[in-house]
Design a protein around this ligand. Structure first.
Ligand SMILES: Nc1ncnc2c1ncn2[C@@H]1O[C@H](COP(=O)(O)OP(=O)(O)OP(=O)(O)O)[C@@H](O)[C@H]1O
Length: 346
């Protein structure tokens, strides 16, 4: 079933903040991740979809139905919020069975369904454990089982992994993805962790000041961000403010960069965007006459396992590259075809 926002507006009383003109659809079985700076409106969007908050304008649809005026319960969405803790006085299966109890499902049936769902999230051995006896990751599995047990029409996850340590996050992330794929349920995931978003989501929506600035597949967002905010939010980037000098050439703090300037003309302000791994280390000295061949001094050289991340001081700016090479790097080539020009910051 789809979940959709149609031109949703919501402003918190007494403030200008909230979400503005939000339109987005999560397709059946699709996982969309919502990312953006703190305060950009991610949780507000989720609350509007969940039915905890009513929009001042616009429509919320689940499937074909307009649910804008429908209560949270009636929307039948599974919710795992960071602060939506387990009931401490109920054991694992009772926690999972709670939504069924609310819906009047008889005891033996709800117990069987809860246990079945706990098995699906890998918690079959702990059905009788109380929450305080479970690790953070195990508690999140129970919360996930509770969100899925009543066959919800969609799943809403707000920072479900943020309380977990790094290794467990990755494990749980894979687990959530597996369960989500198995149940084929439309899912909206709010996360701070852009790596998490890129690795699990079919599409990623980037929010800024209450608006979606870009929505697309992880690859599209990574390769062709619409602006410096998105580029900076998703992965590592070089972002050099520059001025178009002539067709195919932009002047920047790290020197002239050859690139496709398209419809831009001399004097236009741009931001030159290049991912660190798109930059090629040069084994020879750069040729002065070739724009985009650059020498620099190493500011930092960090070994990250699969790659080294090297920051070179160049001119008044800095070039960041990532390379598999283990040899010293003091010159690079910026391939013109990899360079993208973004609009200047407002
Ligand atoms: N109850 C509230 N009353 C007034 N303003 C609020 C309220 N809740 C949130 N806001 C404001 O609305 C904006 C969006 O908040 P929201 O919680 O949706 O952001 P977020 O992207 O989820 O942030 P974070 O990543 O920090 O959780 C922020 O500017 C926030 O200060």
């Amino acid at each position: 079933m789809t979940m959709a926002f149609e031109s949703i507006n919501y402003t918190y009383p007494g403030s200008g903040t909230g979400v503005h003109d939000l339109s987005m659809t999560v397709g059946p079985g699709e996982l969309v991740a919502l990312i953006g700076a703190s305060g950009s409106g991610k949780t507000t969007a989720l609350k509007l979809l969940a039915g905890f908050t009513r929009p001042q304008a616009g429509l919320i649809r689940i499937g074909d139905r307009d649910v804008t005026e429908v209560t949270a319960e009636e929307r039948r969405l599974g919710v795992v919020f960071q602060n939506y803790a387990l009931f401490p006085h109920l054991c694992a299966w009772e926690n999972v069975a709670f939504p069924l109890r609310v819906r009047g499902v008889p005891h033996p049936i709800r117990r069987a369904q809860a246990i079945q769902m706990l098995e699906r999230v890998g918690m079959g051995a702990r059905v009788g454990s109380m929450p305080h006896m479970l690790s953070g990751g195990q508690q999140q599995r129970v919360a996930l089982a509770r969100a899925l047990v009543f066959d919800p029409k969609g799943l809403l996850l707000d920072e479900p992994l943020s309380a977990l340590d790094a290794a467990l996050r990755v494990e749980m992330r894979d687990e959530i993805l597996r369960v989500q794929r198995q149940s084929g349920i439309a899912t909206l995931l709010v996360t701070h962790d852009q790596e998490e978003a890129l690795s699990v989501a079919d599409r990623v929506a980037v929010m800024r000041e209450g608006r979606i600035v870009q929505i697309g597949t992880p690859r599209v967002l990574y390769d062709t961000p619409v602006d410096a905010y998105v580029a900076g939010f998703v992965g590592q980037s070089n972002l050099w403010p520059g001025i178009v000098e002539r067709e195919g050439l932009v002047g920047t703090s790290v020197g002239p960069i050859a690139c496709v300037t398209g419809t831009r003309t001399r004097g236009d302000a741009v931001i030159v965007f290049v991912r660190p791994e798109w930059i090629e280390p040069l084994a020879r000295s750069p040729r002065a006459e070739v724009a985009g061949e650059i020498a620099g001094e190493t500011l930092s050289d960090r070994f990250l396992g699969p790659v080294r991340r090297i920051d070179l001081a160049v001119g008044t700016g800095m070039v960041r590259l990532e390379t598999h090479l283990r040899t010293p790097v003091s010159a690079v080539r910026i391939p013109p075809e990899r360079v993208r020009l973004l609009p200047p910051l407002e």
